[in-house]
Design a protein around this ligand. Structure first.
Ligand code: S3P
Length: 174
């Protein structure tokens, strides 16, 4: 089984993904980190030097390359579900879980970490809220295609792991 964690930047995909993988006895991979290793530079530099379109292409190809792996939890990038046919690919090949978080909470969590995120680079503290509200709204239709949606704030990772274990035991119910 492949578990794809999807959701906006700052929703805790990496932290939850690592814990989930360890509770399930699965391997954990961070989609962005795989791209960084393959290209040999940070995502920030890929955006700056090669542009977002090129990054999206790499992201799509990396996703395809993950399709032959199994027993794995993958934390995707915030924009992964919104490009190419990525959401369909993930839904057809594994279990997709949307870590849903309100714009307010995301702004609070991203305020101090925006420098690492090219999508948020250059946004002032005042602009950040408006940007995230409308960006999240645009992305929501893609995120909503996930098979399962969980409240990411105060997420009970043990409860999520137990739920997934049941799905793994009875994949016909997915
Ligand atoms: C992006 C989110 C980032 C990374 C890239 C683009 C986005 O991943 O893939 O900076 O478009 O939302 P995180 O969601 O892990 O921050």
């Amino acid at each position: 089984m492949k578990i794809f964690l999807i959701g906006y930047m700052g929703s805790g995909k990496s932290t939850s993904g690592k814990k989930l993988a360890s509770l399930l006895g699965y391997e954990y991979v961070d989609h962005d980190e795989l791209i960084e290793k393959a290209v040999g530079k940070p995502v920030h530099d890929i955006f700056r030097e090669d542009g977002e379109d090129r990054f999206r292409e790499m992201e799509h190809h990396m996703l395809i390359s993950l399709m032959n792996r199994d027993n794995i939890v993958i934390s995707t990038g915030g924009g992964t579900p919104c490009n190419y046919n990525n959401m369909q690919l993930m839904n057809e090949n594994g279990l997709t879980i949307y870590l849903k978080m309100s714009a307010n909470t995301l702004v609070n969590r991203l305020r101090n970490a925006k420098s690492e995120r090219p999508m948020l680079a250059g946004k002032s503290a005042e602009d950040l809220y408006g940007f995230i509200v409308s960006h999240l709204e645009n992305r929501e239709p893609f995120y909503s295609e996930a098979q399962y949606k969980v409240k990411a704030k105060d997420l009970d990772i043990h409860e999520l792991a137990d739920f997934i274990k049941k799905k793994i035991a009875k994949p016909e119910l997915i």
